[in-house]
Design a protein around this ligand. Structure first.
Ligand SMILES: [Zn+2]
Length: 452
């Protein structure tokens, strides 16, 4: 076991430049949940995710929660009482953090509440169905009822994590009130909740990449009520300390274990059969792997020109998530012969910013570079946006969402931006329609089958 100092030095290698100068290592967080919210799947899920993400950067967290059993639909995350499970997740994320539960709210640098707070005028988050909300105190718009849909609550947890980090950084323009829908991707009064998640067959799915976005997607997969006739994960490298700063599925016991194996073991334990290939995509495509054996490809890796290699092999429908440099999370969908292709979307792989990297603080001295760091919630947010697109493949009545979604956690009201990208002329990656139909015409979500 390494020392605390060594642990934080390694885990925060990408964020060390801001942790000390801004005093973030001294920040303490308070996360509370009320009796009503703690009885729900949605409330418990948002609570556990928020604690999980917060323990990735904050060393002192106090939880205030009633002693209730974990919801049975969340047994993939543990089997204890809710609070015990939250504390265990935090301690596995950071074995040196000081995480405790108390029956009274304590003085914390930044607080947030899940549900409605009966007395204090503090900010609250809530997710229900496809909807996520951040609002002061007892003015929550979303109803108290429950829904076994992880998407709205998971995004609400990201909103809460962003809210707390931005307050800890003393940003002066933190969004305090927002409601948005992952169903119609509108915000404010225009939000529409989508249908419940019925048991649905998504077909054969290939997850290329088990890094921050890929593993975040995998973390929520068991909760989506999907059947996979095949689920294959490709990723060659191992979990290291720096992954613990933002990946909800990776914990201290996973250091040194191949990421694809960790994800595979997690899914199997959650009763989602899967298989994994611990190699680079470029080394297995062709002899070991054919994209024509899949109905959906989720390309969430960008090393070694993998996006161009995927596109060159006539992929079926693709859905992916990624992060930008402005506290923004992206989701992209590519219906072959309809949308643009992966090369249209990412023409220069080398120019992509580092995963989840964002500006945390502008320097006061003129000309000094701003402090940047890996945001602990942004990869998960990108994964949630991508999963919303994935689920829509199998839900009748799919709203006419655009093929590109952007959500910036620095925007004034967390309004998602959506638009349709069109193929670029002479991109060089767009598939030949005749060849594509010949190879993939029978795939489950092919455009000719009427899906999408
Ligand atoms: Zn193209």
């Amino acid at each position: 076991m390494i020392s605390a100092e060594e642990f934080y030095t390694k885990r925060d290698a990408r964020t060390a430049e801001w942790l000390d100068p801004t005093g973030l290592h001294a920040v303490s967080l308070g996360i509370s949940i009320d009796e009503v919210e703690a009885q729900t799947f949605a409330g418990q899920l948002a609570f556990l995710l928020l604690v999980n993400m917060s323990a990735r950067w904050c060393q002192r967290i106090t939880l205030v929660a009633p002693d209730v059993p974990l919801h049975t639909a969340l047994y993939c995350w543990g089997t204890n009482q809710l609070v015990d499970n939250a504390l265990a997740l935090a301690q596995r994320a950071d074995p040196y953090g000081i995480f405790q539960d108390q029956c009274e709210p304590v003085a914390a640098s930044v607080r947030i509440h899940l549900g409605r707070h009966p007395t204090l005028p503090i900010s609250c988050i809530r997710g229900r169905g496809w909807l996520s909300e951040l609002r002061h105190s007892d003015d929550m718009k979303l109803k108290d009822d429950d829904s076994i849909n992880p998407l709205g609550p998971a995004l609400a947890a990201c909103m809460g994590a962003s809210y707390m980090l931005r307050h800890a950084l003393r940003h002066d323009d933190v969004c305090e009130t927002a409601i948005l829908s992952l169903w119609n991707l509108h915000h404010g009064g225009a939000v529409i909740d989508g249908p419940d998640l019925q048991k649905s067959d998504i077909g054969r799915v290939l997850l290329i990449g088990a890094g921050a976005v890929g593993a975040s997607i995998a973390y929520l997969l068991p909760l989506l009520n999907l059947n996979f006739s095949d689920l294959c994960i490709i990723n060659p490298d191992q979990v290291d300390y720096s992954n613990l700063n933002r990946v909800p599925l990776f914990f201290i016991e996973h250091i040194g274990v191949p990421k694809s194996e960790v994800v595979h073991n997690y899914l199997c334990a959650a009763s989602v059969p899967s298989r994994y290939i611990g190699k680079w995509f470029n080394d297995v495509i062709g002899p070991e792997l054919s994209l024509q054996n899949f109905d959906v490809v989720i390309p969430v890796a960008n090393e070694h020109g993998v996006r161009a290699a995927v596109q060159a092999n006539y992929p079926p429908v693709m859905i992916h998530g990624s992060t930008g440099s402005q506290w923004d999370a992206y989701a992209g969908r590519h219906i072959p012969l309809v949308d643009d292709c992966l090369v249209c979307r990412f023409p220069q792989p080398a120019a992509a910013p580092r995963c989840a990297q964002g500006v945390l603080k502008e320097q006061e001295s003129a000309g000094a570079a701003p402090l940047t760091g890996a945001l602990p919630f942004l990869s998960l947010a990108a994964g949630v946006l991508a999963l919303a697109d994935l689920v829509k493949l199998v839900i009748p009545g799919d709203p006419p969402n655009a093929n590109t979604t952007i959500l910036s956690f620095k925007s004034a009201n967390l309004r998602p931006m959506i638009f349709d990208r069109v193929p670029r002329a002479n991109c060089g990656g767009c598939p030949d329609p005749v060849v594509w139909q010949k190879l993939n015409g029978s795939s489950r979500h092919a455009p000719s089958s009427g899906a999408g």
